[in-house]
Design a protein around this ligand. Structure first.
Ligand code: SAM
Length: 310
């Protein structure tokens, strides 16, 4: 008689009602976030889905290994590109062979750095390019990973802010990159001004505006410090996604926001409520503070939803 011993391992998991399990499983696969080497687990009326990485709502779980699965190196998907953190050429080829939707596998050489928040990549398998196209909630974004910042992990944040955006609002995206927040919010807003300092990011944003037939996003190549001098009006809503140094731009954002308007301020923090005092001093009220994702042990990306004045 053969005894099959199930191997269990610890991994992050997300708990969803069983009836929503298949929909969530498919969207996690599309995002490249499901750990396919592990089996989905049932827990009463819930399913626990194994994740490759932490995300909001994730909990530490144990899962059985999926014996039939080829174990692939950890990777993050951005459109047709998979990014891996190890220089594993064999592993890169395995990923390429196992996912027909991918055209390129890259190794991230360094950390995101510099004013433009870009990083260097080495192509390990597939077509030698860092350009790809990302489809996110019906929008298509041209992305060049080496030339301008883009993170697929912020897609649910963009949807969260879209749900809060009112019809006819004037929105400002101070650090817009290739335009994913700006183009998403343009579905509801009256006008979105989308500013970035990186000329390649603004070029890609223009391509994305044309590709999505967006008529109400105004791309601006500028230093966000100068925006109050360029625009004579004030905005209903401001998105500030520059987590490492966004704090220094907060006074500018307050100058640019209407009384009663909203600022979504992203920041890298090490304690709860880290910026609350400063925001109060500037004349804002923190309506919500949420974890967006973990960054390193003891540090995480937080978003503050701030009501300006009153
Ligand atoms: N919001 C975009 C997204 O979610 O993909 C991009 C966010 S990225 C973290 C920050 C962006 O801010 C980069 O594209 C960078 O070029 C831009 N940036 C940095 N300093 C800036 C400044 N002083 N003025 C305007 N943009 C700036």
């Amino acid at each position: 008689m053969i005894h099959v011993v199930a191997v269990t391992v610890g991994q992050w998991g997300i708990r969803v009602p069983a009836r929503e399990g298949e929909t969530t499983r498919r969207s996690l696969i599309d995002e490249g976030a499901l750990d396919l080497s592990l089996k989905v687990r049932r827990d009463g009326d819930w399913l626990l889905l194994p994740l490759l990485d932490w995300r909001e709502g994730a909990e530490q779980c144990t899962f059985e290994q999926n014996p039939g699965r080829i174990v692939l190196p950890r990777h993050e998907l951005v459109g047709g590109i998979a990014i891996i953190q190890e220089r594993d050429i064999e592993g890169a080829q395995k990923i390429l062979d196992s996912r027909p939707s991918l055209h390129t596998i890259v190794y991230a050489i360094g950390e995101v750095s510099g004013e433009y928040r870009t990083r260097e990549f080495e192509v390990l398998a597939g077509i030698p390019t860092t350009r790809t196209e990302v489809i996110e909630y019906g929008h298509r974004f041209h992305v060049d990973l080496a030339a301008a910042y883009f993170s697929a992990r912020l897609s649910s944040e963009r949807q969260r802010i879209l749900r809060q955006t009112g019809r006819h609002e004037a929105v400002l995206d101070m650090f817009a990159g290739v335009g994913p927040f700006a183009i998403t919010l343009s579905d509801r807003a009256g006008l979105v001004v989308a500013c970035d300092l990186n000329p390649r990011a603004v070029e890609l944003m223009l391509e994305n505006i044309v590709q999505n037939r967006t008529w109400n996003v105004l791309p601006v190549l500028a230093d966000a410090r100068r925006l109050a001098g360029i625009f004579p009006w004030r905005f209903d809503r401001i998105v500030m996604n520059l987590p490492l140094s966004g704090t220094e731009f907060l006074p500018e954002a307050f100058r640019l926001c209407k009384d009663g308007g909203m600022i979504h301020f992203y920041s890298l923090v090490a304690t709860d409520g880290e910026h609350r005092e400063y925001i109060r001093e500037l004349g804002g009220e923190v309506l919500a503070e949420r974890v967006v994702r973990s960054y390193s042990p003891g540090q995480w990306h937080a978003v503050y939803d701030v009501r300006v004045g009153g």
